[in-house]
Design a protein around this ligand. Structure first.
Ligand code: ADP
Ligand code: GLC
Length: 508
C-alpha cells in the first residue's frame, strides 16, 4: 500500500545548492533528533539538538539538523519561511512506502531539514496523544525517521562525515548505517547520544521488520533486550561512539541503580562511551536581555531581580512576604524529577509560613492531583500552573530566590544552569549532571545546595540549610548568586569535546 504526503507536493522551492558552493572548512555533521528548539520541544533534548549544532558551526564546522515535521513544527516552519524540496523521498517500512517531503528552514543560518510525512507525523503530539499515552505506531514512526535521515544526504547532495543520532527515537540510525542501508555514505561514522536511558523505545519483536533489518540481529548482543526489539540498545550496540550528557551520568549508567536494565550493555560497550556535560544557550537565557522577564539585571546590579520576584508573586497571587524565600519548579511532573518529594518536604515549611512555592509543569496525573490539593490548602503560599509555557518558565526562573531539582536521576538537567544564570540558587540532588554543574555552598565557592540520599529527611535538611543561609547570611547568599551568574555554562567547551571525538573518528 502506497501512502501519500499532503505537504510533500512539488513546491516553488529551489533545489539546494551543490555541495561545493556550501562547503565549509572542517567536518560535516548531520544531527538527527526527534525534537529541536524552537521548532518543537518537549524537554531538554530539543535545547541540545539546537544549541550543540549551532556551537559546532561557531567552531567552523558544517553542522546541520533533521527532525520530523509534526503539525506544530509545520506551522512554525512556515512562519520561518521554510522552502520545500521539489522531489519527496520514498522510504519503505514493513512493506509500506512512505513519501517524505523535505523542507529546509534556516535557524540563525543553520540548515534544519524537516521530514514531512502526513500519515506518521502530522499529529498534535510528538510521542503520543497526551503525556500519559504513546502512539501505537511509534516503532514505524521512528524507524522511518532513522531511514529518512540516512536517505536525506543523497537527496540534498551533501555527505556528512558524521551522523550524530540522539536518544532511542534515532537508535536505528547507527544500525542501518553499519548494515549498509545507505550505500551513498560508505565512510560516514556514527555517534549515538543517550539523553535519558530510562526511555528505550522497546517494541514487540515483529516490529523489527519495520526497519528492514536481518532477523538474526534479534539477539541480546544487538537489537533484542529482554524479549523486546529495543531501539536504544540497537543504537548503543552499533554506534561507532556512544556519549551521554554529563560525565557523572556516564559512570552512573554502568550501575544497576541507574542503568534501567541496560548497565551490563553499557559496561560491555564502555570502551566507546564518554560523558560530555551539556551547556546552555547564554543568549536565550540571560537576565540582562531576556525579553520574557519584567526587569533586567546582572551580577553587578541586582535591583531588577527583586522586581522580578515581586512581579511573579503578583502574577501568581502569592502573599507579599519579602522576608520569606520564593521557591520555584519548572519541570516535567514525574517521579524522575522528585516532585513527590517536593510535595512531602516543602509542605511543613509552607504551613509554618517559612517559604512559598510556585510550580510550572505537566505530567503524571497523580502528582498533578497532589499539587492541586497543596495549592487548595495554602492559597497565597502555593501556586501551580499546568502545561508548557516558555515565557512563564523564564519568569519563574528569574522571579524566585531558589529553584528545586530533587531528581532521582538526572542525565544532565538544564534548568539548574538556567537558575544559576539568573541568580536563583539551585537546590538539587547530587546525581548526574546536577552533581557536575552545582557546587554546594558548604564546600566553598559554591553556587547552590546539593543533597545525597533521596528521601524526605535529607531533602528537608538541605531546605533547612538553604533557609538558614537566606535568612542569616545574606552576604554569603549574594556571593553564591554572583558565582552562579558569572559561571561559564556556555556550549563552547562541550562542543569542543564533541569536535575532538569526531576528529578522532574521522582522522584517526
Ligand atoms: P528534561 O529534558 O529531563 O525534561 P531538562 O532540565 O534537561 O530536563 O530540560 C527541560 C527543559 O524543558 C528546560 O528547557 C525547561 O525550561 C523546559 N521545561 C520543562 N517544563 C516546562 C514547562 N512546563 N514550560 C516551559 N518549559 C518547560
Ligand atoms: C534528557 C534528560 C536531561 C537532559 C536532557 C538534555 O531529557 O532527562 O537530564 O538535560 O535530556 O540532554
Amino acid at each position: 500500500m502506497a501512502t501519500t504526503t499532503r505537504r510533500a507536493k512539488p513546491s516553488t522551492a529551489t533545489a539546494l545548492e551543490p555541495v561545493a558552493a556550501q562547503a565549509r572548512p572542517g567536518l560535516r555533521i548531520l544531527h538527527v533528533a526527534s525534537e529541536v528548539a524552537p521548532l518543537i520541544k518537549s524537554g531538554g533534548l530539543a535545547d541540545v539538538a539546537q544549541a550543540l549544532p549551532a556551537a559546532l558551526r561557531r567552531l567552523g564546522h558544517d553542522a546541520r539538523v533533521c527532525l520530523p515535521c509534526y503539525r506544530k513544527t509545520y506551522l512554525e516552519a512556515e512562519r520561518l519561511g521554510a522552502t520545500w524540496l521539489s522531489t519527496p523521498m520514498v522510504i519503505e517500512s514493513g512493506g509500506v512506502d512512505h513519501k517524505i517531503g523535505i523542507a529546509e528552514v534556516k535557524l540563525d543560518g543553520m540548515p534544519v531539514y524537516l521530514l514531512a510525512c502526513n500519515e506518521l507525523y502530522d499529529r498534535d503530539g510528538l510521542y503520543g496523544p497526551s503525556a500519559h499515552q504513546e502512539y501505537e505506531d511509534n516503532a514505524r514512526r521512528f524507524a522511518v525517521l532513522s531511514k529518512a535521515a540516512l536517505a536525506l544526504p543523497g537527496a540534498i547532495g551533501w555527505a556528512p562525515h558524521i551522523v550524530h543520532a540522539h536518544d532511542w527515537q534515532t537508535g536505528l540510525v547507527p544500525v542501518l548505517l553499519q548494515r549498509g542501508f545507505c550505500k551513498a555514505l560508505p565512510a560516514t561514522r556514527s555517534v549515538f547520544t543517550i539523553h535519558n536511558i530510562a526511555f528505550q523505545g522497546a517494541f514487540p519483536a515483529h516490529d523489527m521488520r519495520l526497519a528492514g533489518l536481518d532477523p538474526w540481529l534479534y539477539n541480546p548482543m544487538h537489537c533484542e533486550h529482554f524479549g523486546r526489539f529495543n531501539m536504544l540498545k540497537s543504537g548503543i550496540a552499533f554506534a561507532d561512539r556512544v556519549t551521554t550528557v554529563s560525565r557523572r551520568y556516564a559512570e552512573e549508567i554502568q550501575t544497576p541503580e541507574f542503568g534501567w536494565t541496560m548497565d551490563a550493555v553499557i559496561r560491555h560497550h564502555g570502551y566507546k562511551l564518554s560523558g560530555i556535560t551539556n551547556g546552555i544557550d547564554p543568549a536565550a537565557w540571560s537576565p540582562a536581555s531576556d525579553p520574557h522577564i519584567p526587569a533586567h539585571y546582572d551580577a553587578d546590579d541586582m535591583a531588577g531581580k527583586a522586581a522580578c520576584i515581586q512581579r511573579l508573586r503578583e502574577e501568581c497571587g502569592l502573599a507579599r512576604r519579602e522576608d520569606v524565600p520564593l521557591l520555584t519548579v519548572v519541570s516535567r511532573l514525574t517521579e524522575q524529577k522528585g516532585i513527590d518529594l517536593i510535595i512531602d518536604a516543602v509542605s511543613p515549611y509552607i504551613i509554618a509560613g517559612r517559604m512559598q512555592l510556585a510550580v510550572l509543569g505537566s505530567g503524571d496525573l497523580h502528582l498533578e492531583h497532589r499539587l492541586n490539593a497543596l495549592q487548595a490548602r495554602h492559597p497565597g503560599w502555593v501556586y501551580v500552573w499546568y502545561g508548557y509555557n516558555e515565557p512563564l518558565a523564564h519568569r519563574f526562573i528569574a522571579g524566585s530566590d531558589a529553584f528545586l531539582v530533587p531528581s532521582r536521576f538526572e542525565p544532565c538537567g538544564l534548568t539548574q544552569m538556567y537558575a544559576m544564570r539568573y541568580g536563583t540558587l539551585p537546590i538539587v540532588r547530587y546525581t548526574g549532571g546536577l552533581a557536575d554543574t552545582v557546587r554546594d555552598v558548604s564546600v566553598g565557592e559554591g553556587t547552590g545546595f546539593t543533597f545525597g540520599p533521596i528521601d524526605v529527611g535529607h531533602f528537608s535538611a538541605v531546605l533547612d540549610r538553604a533557609l538558614g543561609l537566606y535568612q542569616h547570611f545574606p552576604a554569603e547568599w549574594k556571593a553564591a548568586q554572583r558565582r552562579g551568574m558569572t559561571s561559564d555554562f556556555s556550549w563552547d567547551s562541550a562542543a569542543k569535546g564533541y569536535v575532538d571525538l569526531y576528529q578522532g573518528m574521522v582522522f584517526g
